[in-house]
Design a protein around this ligand. Structure first.
Ligand code: FES
Length: 276
């Protein structure tokens, strides 16, 4: 990896088009969308999406792009609603993303057209985590199946959200540092780490928000999420220190086999982008 891969918009755009467009990506824990109308939105690797539990209890993930002029329909990270109204000109969608109505001055010519519905994305649930896939990019067939997270976790205990001023790769490297694959620790390319300790399972989900902003979801199963608040704060501090070292021109050697494997897969993704 090069230093500029950690701080430049150019590398992030390459990752957006060549990796994140093709891979199965986690959005949230299923437990964050417990009730009909609950939603979570995020920019994941530069792709704006949101997940919602619809009126029939089905969890859906959709592109967060209004069919009127492509602006984001959902503008808060999480919440609860009966329908989605785009704040720009008032187009309104139901919990399945279907177009409902629009003010007369901006109403579409054919309000019955299915092209007016928000674009649904391939969605799946595994071990309490909701994944989506855009299925685009130069290597769209690279990830035919979502990662296997193993056995179902214990009861959902909550999710901590930590905003970190670092590139997403710094956060991944910090999660992997000094770790090796074992029954108690697993890394799932590109954005998830799963740790097990007795009856508790912690899923660390990296959300690449922009090239210098990362959101970390710490999903806790089998214990209250608040128990892990100190650990999340420590991780944030470590990531921001590491990012500052990158900015100062220090690129540390790989810390362990998992970090080396992460860098190898990144290199492959960059190479695919180069020939696309
Ligand atoms: S962009 Fe959404 S209503 Fe115009």
């Amino acid at each position: 990896m090069k230093l500029e891969d950690y701080s430049g918009a150019e590398a992030f755009q390459v990752e957006k088009r060549s990796m994140f467009a093709a891979e199965w990506l986690p959005l949230c824990a299923e437990g964050q969308l417990a009730q009909p109308g609950d939603f979570v939105s995020a920019s994941v690797g530069g792709w704006s999406v949101f997940g919602v539990r619809d009126g029939e209890g089905v969890l859906r993930i959709l592109r967060n792009a209004c069919r009127h002029q492509n602006m984001p329909v959902v503008n808060t990270p999480s919440g609860h609603c009966e329908s989605f109204r785009c704040r720009f000109h008032g187009w309104t969608y139901d919990l399945q993303g279907r177009f409902l109505s629009a003010p007369a001055p901006v109403a579409p010519k054919d309000p019955g057209s299915p092209d007016l519905h928000l674009a649904p994305l391939a969605t799946t649930l595994t071990a309490g985590i909701a994944f989506f896939r855009l299925g685009a990019g130069p290597d769209a067939s690279a990830a035919a199946v979502p990662p296997d997270l193993g056995a179902a976790p214990p009861a959902y205990g909550g999710t901590l959200t930590t905003e970190i001023a670092c590139n997403w790769k710094v956060c991944v490297e910090q999660l992997l540092a000094g770790q090796s694959p074992s029954p108690d620790f697993a890394w799932h390319w590109p954005l998830l780490a799963v740790r097990r300790a007795g009856a508790v399972t912690v899923v660390e989900q990296v959300v690449p928000h922009t090239f210098l902003r990362t959101r970390l979801f710490t999903h806790v199963f089998g214990a209250p999420a608040d128990d892990h608040r100190p650990a999340a704060a420590t991780l944030k501090q470590a990531c921001e220190t590491l990012q500052a070292e990158r900015a100062a021109g220090t690129l540390a050697a790989d810390k362990g086999a998992l970090t080396a494997d992460f860098h190898r897969r990144l290199g492959e993704a960059y190479a695919r982008a180069a020939v696309a």
